[in-house]
Design a protein. Structure first.
Length: 417
């Protein structure tokens, strides 16, 4: 009945009743899938979706025209690894954020982080754990969806899952309960915890395959391969992808064989491990920017020779490229300031990936890895109109992605020049 009424109204009122159309005229369009930008292309948006893309589009009589001179129009970028509930560690240490910051404070701060992320052109984030802030990401996501606060679309991991005894904060009298940065589970309990997090709103399941068991120790594996497999099977059967924190070669190997969808960090990955990732179709989120930020917090001035952790990271990234591992764009933002997500992209280019491939990783690539490419990550008809205009041509100079001038999310302009 309601649908019939809407149809009748549309027939009587004609085009005036149709959804508002906007014709965008940038210098060029980077479509999120092809390395070459399309010079002179235009994009027609109607309602929340992209209706047409190409050269010389006819301007519908009802369309508003937006000229974006000197700019490249591209898909809204997708941050592959964020923590909206963390803020830079040089402001407050991770331990102090988890132990001493009230949930309301963390949530208030996260709303600001969400707005900064959107204004920087990142219209979607995969948020990989609240780090002790419980299920607050589910509520933050709802506040954004309901239009209460501006922010990106969110894929949330909620609390994340760690092996008992492996995660922090640490260093207290044994047996005394302290807040933890994630939820503990082992063996068969993993099934229950994966399901309870999904039931509470997790879009993705995040597991830690390795961690520092004690202060000053190197990372070592936590879950067995069988435990990881059980968790991955439980998540997959519920239609959830699995992200696994893995920095050691053995943690990575177990996670790949267990069927993880993405590995986070991958610092000690060897050529052999990256070949295994490639063969299993496991994507890597390198998080170069987090390592860079932490090194700077420890006093590195950015000059060469870089500290060993940076060199290790660069070697791993190079080995992953040689093995043709699918690269996610995800920097672990939150370790460094929200809204500076482009740092990861600039470091990917410094580490040898072309600007165009880096841009694809941040748009169409991440959309494919996160299984959202049916609606996001490209400039093509039928997809949601999440679009960003940057000054200059980022396929020539990646730093152009910092020069965001205009942002649209779901057909709504949220930032204007
Ligand atoms: Zn992280």
């Amino acid at each position: 009945m309601r649908a019939l009424l809407v149809l009748l109204l549309a027939l009587i009122a004609g085009p005036a009743f149709a959804q508002e159309a906007t014709l965008l005229r940038p210098d060029r369009v980077f479509d999120g899938e092809n390395a070459e930008p399309h010079v002179g292309w235009q994009v027609l948006v109607r309602g929340e979706r992209i209706e047409a893309v190409g050269p010389n589009l006819t301007v519908p009589a009802d369309a508003r025209v937006v000229d974006l001179p000197g700019m490249t129009l591209m898909p809204g970028m997708i941050e592959g690894h964020s923590h909206l509930f963390l803020h830079p560690y040089n402001e407050t240490s991770w331990d102090d954020q988890v132990l001493h910051e009230p949930l309301a404070l963390r949530t208030a701060r996260a709303t600001v982080a969400a707005r900064l992320t959107l204004m920087a052109g990142f219209t979607t984030v995969r948020d990989l754990g609240t780090e002790g802030a419980g299920y607050a990401d589910v509520g933050l996501k709802k506040a954004i969806e309901q239009g209460i606060i501006p922010g990106p679309r969110m894929l949330v991991a909620t609390r994340a899952i760690v092996a008992t005894g492996a995660y922090g904060p640490k260093g207290f009298e044994p047996g005394v309960e302290v807040p933890l940065g994630a939820e503990e589970a082992d063996g068969d309990t993993l099934v229950r915890v994966v399901r309870s997090q999904i039931g509470a709103g997790a879009d993705i399941v995040k597991l830690y395959a390795d961690y520092r068991w004690g202060p000053g120790e190197p990372s070592r594996p936590t879950f067995s391969e069988a435990e990881l497999r059980l968790a991955v099977e439980t998540a997959h059967s519920a239609g959830r992808l699995v992200a696994v924190h893995a920095g050691t070669a053995e943690g990575m190997r177990r996670a790949i064989l267990a069927g993880a969808d993405t590995l986070e960090h991958g610092d000690a990955g060897t050529s052999e491990i990256f070949r295994l990732m490639h063969d299993h179709g496991t994507a890597l989120c390198p998080t170069l920017a987090a390592t860079d930020a932490i090194s700077r917090y420890r006093g590195w001035n950015g000059q060469e020779p870089a500290p060993e952790t940076i060199l290790t990271k660069r070697r791993a990234f190079a080995a992953a490229m040689v093995a043709d591992v699918t690269l996610c764009m995800g920097g672990d933002v939150g370790v460094y300031a929200h809204g500076t997500n482009a740092r990861e992209m600039e470091l990917m280019v410094s580490a040898g990936l072309s600007p165009a491939r880096t841009l694809i990783a941040a748009t169409g690539g991440n959309a494919r890895i996160f299984h959202i490419d049916d609606r996001l990550g490209a400039v093509k008809p039928g997809l949601l109109a999440d679009l960003v205009a940057v000054q200059g041509d980022p396929t020539q100079d990646i730093t152009a992605v910092e020069a965001v001038r205009w942002v649209m999310k779901g057909g709504q302009v949220v930032r204007e020049p």
